[in-house]
Design a protein around this ligand. Structure first.
Ligand code: ATP
Ligand code: MG
Ligand code: MG
Ligand code: MG
Length: 480
């Protein structure tokens, strides 16, 4: 372990001290200046090498991508853009990188498209963009735990393998206990998947909510934060087959309290990122400004990244009923001049992300929480309103993204839930444990699910969800 990371060194006031630093070479200019990065910051440390003091053979190995160790004295820098640099006295090559091989990869120092970077997901983390995104992701994950822990929530680990389909949407991956060397074969010699999870059916979880409810009804406030899976064959910029979901669940909270929690939580974690990832977010903002220059005026973003983040912090989330939203959409005739083409919706239809974005970006110009959706487009467990046709559901809508949170107050009444399950064809035997919660000390409770990648996407300004998770799982893509 090295004494100090480059992030720490660059902040230190003390010069004329001996330091040892290890990292990867980003560039080696005029055989004299090595830009060294160790992943702790977007910035590089300038290492000044007096080439007379080192053999040519050694210097030849200081190639882009190589891992090196430098020992030397920290001195004030005359160069622009940095306060300090290292005057190198000892240079060790830890791991070479052959320039001919580097040229064939995204490590070569030129601009690579995000698509190209995706093809080399194991190397893209060495780029500035991915360093910035993944450090921000890590900090956001920490902020998630910090928020809930500070507020008295218990972290609950919901199972990944489960028999229940929480959403009832049938978008699950089936788990199969397949012995690869000795697979069960049917008469025709085909692999027989019948046995599945040791003679039981099991799936990868689509949501930990139902299990989290059982814990909320004992511990009061809980949250899950783990991987969830959706077998949806969607190739959008906002969907993954494997994503991380944050799901708080709180006993005695109604829908209004649930909205308060969602708003407070989101503001907390975004503020945390602004305060703790300032360099990375600044870099990402500049990256977006550069990207914008290549686009026609109409497609450029209206707000800079940090403005967008402050937009969330500084606005109250506007709470609007689904019915009101439909009226707004109906009365907003499609207009080709406007950026978004949206179609007029009828009451009862689910909103598309264009409608959601229209409400946020064009109509209210604040983040929006839509609530009281039609019962038939939402899951079985949501609390039925007295009108008999809407449920206490809420979606939090963000600019550029649309839905970032889906949540609800849960149906706490045994008879109503049972009836609902019947009409929606949900097996009451399988979910007896879920119904039990309504038999033994039932109470109002609510919670929501926030897709962590959508949060990272918003905070980093990355337009494709594939670029905010280390190894994106999209249809047919599980290579590594
Ligand atoms: P969408 O309408 O965008 O498909 P959803 O309504 O199907 O989302 P929910 O079941 O409400 O999603 O899940 C809660 C949250 O999880 C969503 O608000 C979103 O942030 C996130 N999410 C859902 N599906 C995905 C996915 N396939 N990839 C990444 N995040 C997702
Ligand atoms: Mg969906
Ligand atoms: Mg949705
Ligand atoms: Mg939803």
């Amino acid at each position: 372990m090295q004494d100090k990371t480059i992030a720490k060194l660059l902040k230190s006031e003390k010069t004329h001290v001996e330091v040892t630093v290890r990292g990867w070479v980003r560039s080696f200019r005029s055989n004299r200046f090595i830009a060294l990065n160790d992943g702790s910051t977007i910035k590089t440390l300038q290492c000044v090498v007096d080439f007379e003091n080192f053999s040519e053979e050694l210097l030849k190995k200081v190639n882009v991508g190589a891992a090196i160790e430098v020992k030397g004295t920290l001195v004030e820098s005359q160069g622009q853009g940095q306060n300090i640099e290292i005057q190198v006295s000892k240079l060790t090559i830890l791991g070479e990188a052959n320039p001919e091989d580097v040229k064939l990869t995204i490590l070569s120092p030129k601009k690579h498209s995000l698509e190209t970077l995706r093809e080399q997901a194991h190397l893209r983390i060495r780029t500035n963009t991915f360093g910035a995104v993944m450090r921000t992701r890590s900090k956001l994950a920490f902020a998630v735990h910090q928020y809930f822990q500070k507020n008295g929530f218990n972290y609950m680990h919901s199972p990944i393998i489960t028999g229940s389909d929480a959403e009832g949407a049938g978008e699950m991956f089936r788990v199969t206990a397949l012995d690869a060397r000795n697979p069960p074969l049917d008469e025709k010699g085909n692999v027989n998947f019948k046995e599945d999870f040791f003679e039981k059916e099991a799936n990868l979880t689509v949501s930990g909510q139902l299990e989290a409810e059982t814990y909320a009804m004992a511990l009061g406030k809980v949250y899950t934060f783990g991987p969830t899976f959706r077998a949806e064959n969607s190739n959008t910029s906002r969907h993954l087959a494997e994503f991380w979901m944050i799901e708080p669940e709180v006993a005695f909270n109604d829908l209004d309290a649930n909205m308060d929690l969602a708003e407070d939580f989101i503001k907390y974690v975004i503020n945390y990122a602004l305060e703790n990832c300032a360099d990375d977010i600044e870099f990402l903002e500049n990256r977006l400004l550069e990207e914008d220059k290549t686009k026609p005026q109409a497609e450029r973003s209206e707000m800079k990244l940090r403005e967008k983040l402050h937009f969330i912090l500084e606005n109250n989330f506007k709470r609007v009923s689904y019915t009101e939203a439909i009226d707004i959409l109906k009365n907003s005739a499609p207009n080709k001049k406007k950026k978004f083409k949206y179609i007029i919706e009828d009451w009862g239809a689910d909103l598309q992300s264009e409608h959601e974005r229209f409400l946020v970006e064009k109509h209210f110009k604040t983040p929006v929480i839509l609530f009281d959706y039609p019962a038939n487009i939402k899951s079985f467990y949501m609390r039925l309103n007295d009108d008999g046709k809407t449920v206490r559901a809420m979606d939090v809508l963000f600019p550029g993204i649309g839905e970032i949170v889906g949540g609800s107050q849960r149906e706490e009444r045994y008879d109503v839930l049972l009836e609902k399950m019947k009409t929606m064809n949900i097996d009451k035997e399988e979910l007896y444990w879920y119904l039990d919660l309504r038999k033994f000390g039932t109470a109002v409770h609510s919670g929501f699910g926030l897709g962590f990648e959508r949060l990272v996407q918003f905070t980093t300004g990355m337009s494709n969800i594939r670029d905010v998770i280390p190894y994106p799982r999209t249809p047919g893509n599980a290579e590594f």
